[in-house]
Design a protein around this ligand. Structure first.
Ligand code: BGC
Length: 750
């Protein structure tokens, strides 16, 4: 499609139709110009493709139900997230879906957040890196994504109107950062604007958010769509930077845009910008003309693998686990959730599973044998005396007991927040009773977000399976039997009690405003700074093997630092470690958390084997948002790097002195081409990361195509181009990806 010619050929009502969804799932099509409709489908942890016009969220085609984000994020595994994206992309192609509505990358600010199960982490780096891999995976299959919900949508109650009130520093450092990482590194096709306001301004009408930050600062080139029903004034939203209202209101949407142009309320040039973005989107995400069924068994197996890599062993007193056919003795399983598991959240992310395998279904294949006791009902939170006493009697006779516990479905959903983080009373009471008659109790948790555990000290083991997807049964036994060595780590803190969370007194109290008064001190940034005890710290997760850390070496220069260390598997079986790099800033006068996550990885290590890990930190990793000057600031002075297995379990640490005083200014989209061309290091890097890929024969004609006898772009000799910032090259059609790669590499430590 020639975008400019198509744009010129469109009538005003046709343009208005394009920026208004046709219905719940489709964009408008314009047959006259061969412009096809795009189909979108939720997301994020499986396809919810609705074939009819029904509004029944649970009525969708069968699809693989992958673990909810709360569990999959606990993998801390970017490779697996890439593969998850690929699997979803293949399924979307098979279902002729053009855009998958995910991932959800909002911060889990309060444990009460109703959608926490659908979000990745309380830390923006975890959400940003995992989200990047997911987006790259989906888009590698020719399917677009919609990264949601942009931005600061951290509560569900009154989500259509409530204002998230916070400082600019808090917004930048925590609530925008995951989006920024994904936009810059994965170039998502679309972003979804959330319902809420930020500091009083409705997100769908927020020019600063949608244009100044997203497009001008971050270089976003995709399309911006609304969350379903997030548009209050379509013309004002388009003026602010929205491209597509979803779902459209039909003809009234078209009429209102035509009228807004006629009255001058909306500028036609602005409308054209949005239409251009949509035409690009339509071009980039074509419908699969030859849909082929995908291999359901193989995809189900991947759902199991994803859960295997993510389930978190929270506690394992005196090696209660693994339980195998050899050591299980008399085993009793208690809890209705073993039979009717919670394996996904409710709301728009609900998937109609292809093959749900419950823990009881999968028991025989695990090699274990056990009696089953229901113990409690999910329908009621009152204790059923008969069920409870049968379970207690069986537990008395058992060598080991596994209790399945969790939140019932009605308590955890999109659309409303929680009011407490305790399990239903009948479950809490039953676990308490069981611990009185047996010391070998393992609790398996099925929950979308954190729980208080008044019984934590009295049980032998705790396995956090969150909402594990359709392979819940198989994956649960993989971990319990040791077929898979657990390697999941929490991507959020479990506080001792709700009252310990910094926003406990105010969360959701004011219908119109949510006051982020804790600022940047959220999650572990709060608990660790205040030296508070928690139930399980951020990043925590046990293994059936042990890892030792050593040989920490740090090197720094004006651009950043390189941190190298060794991890050794000191146990007797293979396992996966999740080394986490935290940095403490002692250089700045501004208030700082005692530590912040600045890097992580996941690696498989054989028994006795040592692997070396290297993290690179750039200037931005040492920076904080300075409101007065409205930019990132890196301070010269002392820092501390800490490597650990959780935010509490720091294994090696070292001081680091950074000198940014004499550092050249960092390269950004605002850097002028002249500076790049005249600095030999930058010029070489630019040649490799930007020019060379654009000179490949299969790349269409572009600004760099014309070269001189030395293969140097003629552009380097043009005073007009030399006097343009990199941002302008993007506006002139240079793909943002190589430029962002260049910027990242340019700011990397040498
Ligand atoms: C949700 C989005 C979802 C959309 C379409 C909205 O209610 O907030 O996450 O993608 O519905 O189902």
């Amino acid at each position: 499609m020639d975008i400019e010619k198509t744009l010129a050929a469109l009538t005003l009502p046709e343009k208005a139709a394009l920026v208004s969804g046709k219905d719940n799932w489709y964009t408008a099509k314009i047959d006259r110009l061969n412009i096809p409709a795009l189909m979108m489908t939720d997301g994020p942890s499986g396809l919810r493709k609705q074939t009819s016009t029904t509004n029944d969220i649970n009525n969708s085609v069968k699809a693989i139900t992958y673990p909810a984000a709360a569990l999959s994020a606990s993998s801390w595994n970017t490779d697996l997230f890439h593969q998850l994206g690929e699997h979803l992309g293949v399924e979307a192609r098979a279902e002729q879906v053009n855009i998958l509505l995910g991932p959800g990358v909002n911060m889990k600010r309060s444990p009460l957040g109703g959608r926490n199960f659908e979000y990745l982490s309380e830390d923006p780096l975890v959400a940003g890196k995992l989200g990047t891999a997911y987006v790259q995976g989906v888009q590698s299959k020719g399917v677009g994504v919609s990264v949601k919900h942009f931005a600061a949508n951290n509560r569900e109650n009154q989500r259509f109107t409530s204002s998230s009130d916070m400082s600019q520093r808090t917004l930048r450092e925590l609530y925008l950062k995951a989006f920024e990482i994904i936009v810059k590194n994965a170039l998502p096709e679309t972003l979804m604007v959330s319902y809420n306001r930020i500091n009083g301004v409705l997100n769908s009408q927020n020019h600063y958010l949608l244009r100044d930050i997203l497009r001008d600062e971050w270089g976003f080139h995709g399309a911006v769509m609304s969350d379903w029903g997030a548009v209050a004034n379509h013309a004002a939203a388009l003026s602010a930077g929205l491209d597509l209202e979803m779902p459209g209101k039909g003809q009234p949407s078209v009429d209102e845009i035509v009228k807004a142009i006629e009255t001058g309320e909306l500028d036609e040039g602005t409308l054209n910008k949005s239409v251009r973005h949509l035409l690009h989107l339509i071009q980039n995400c074509p419908t699969n003309p030859h849909p082929k069924a995908y291999d359901h068994e193989a995809h189900h197996a991947f759902a199991r693998k994803m859960a295997d890599d993510s389930i978190v062993l929270l506690k394992n007193h005196q090696n209660e686990l693994p339980l195998t056919p050899k050591n299980q003795g008399k085993l009793v399983i208690v809890g209705e959730l073993a039979k009717h598991p919670r394996f996904q959240g409710s709301g728009s992310s609900h998937v109609n599973p292809t093959k749900l395998v419950t823990p009881l279904d999968a028991l025989a294949d695990s090699g274990l044998s056990a009696d089953y006791q229901q113990g409690y009902t999910l329908d009621d939170s009152e204790t059923d005396d008969q069920l409870a006493s049968d379970a207690i009697a069986a537990a008395k006779q058992a060598d080991h007991v596994i209790v399945f516990a969790g939140y019932p479905e009605k308590e955890e959903s999109e659309g409303f927040d929680k009011s407490a983080i305790l399990l239903p009373e009948n479950q809490t009471e039953l676990i308490g009773q069981l611990t009185k008659v047996n010391t070998h109790i393992t609790v398996v948790l099925q929950n979308g977000s954190v729980v208080e555990m008044p019984w934590v000290k009295n049980v032998a083991a705790i396995v956090e399976t969150y909402l594990a997807g359709e392979a819940v049964g198989e994956a649960t036994w993989d971990i319990i039997t040791g077929k898979v060595n657990p390697s999941g780590h929490l991507a959020e803190t479990f506080p001792l009690k709700l009252a310990d969370t910094p926003m406990a007194p105010t969360f959701g109290q004011d219908p119109h405003h949510e006051n982020y008064s804790e600022g940047i001190f959220m999650g572990y940034r709060y608990y660790d700074t205040h030296e508070m005890r928690v139930l399980f710290p951020f990043g925590h997760g046990l293994s059936y093997t042990t890892f030792e850390y050593g040989n920490l070496v740090t090197k720094s220069d004006a651009h950043g630092a390189t941190i190298t260390f060794d991890v050794t598997n000191t146990g007797d079986q293979a396992g996966k470690a999740v080394p986490q790099l935290y940095v403490a800033n002692h250089a700045s006068h501004a208030p700082m958390p005692t530590k912040e996550l600045r890097g992580f990885t996941k690696l498989s290590i054989d028994p006795g084997e040592t692997k070396s890990v290297t993290f690179h930190l750039n200037r931005r990793d040492f920076s904080w948002w300075r409101e007065r000057v409205h930019r990132w600031q890196a301070d010269t002075g002392d820092y501390e790097v800490m490597i650990g297995e959780s935010s509490h379990d720091i294994r090696v640490q070292s001081k680091l002195t950074m000198d940014f005083e004499n550092a050249p200014a960092p390269v950004t989209l605002e850097t002028y081409l002249a500076k790049v061309v005249t600095d030999p290091r930058l010029r070489g890097l630019f040649q490799r990361t930007v020019v060379a890929p654009l000179l490949q024969p299969d790349v269409p004609q572009n600004l760099f195509s014309e070269t001189d006898a030395d293969h140097q772009p003629l552009l380097f000799q043009s005073r007009m181009y030399l006097n343009m910032p990199l941002r302008a090259l993007v506006a002139l059609g240079t793909p943002a990806k190589p430029l962002n790669d260049f910027i990242q590499a340019a700011n990397q430590s040498r």
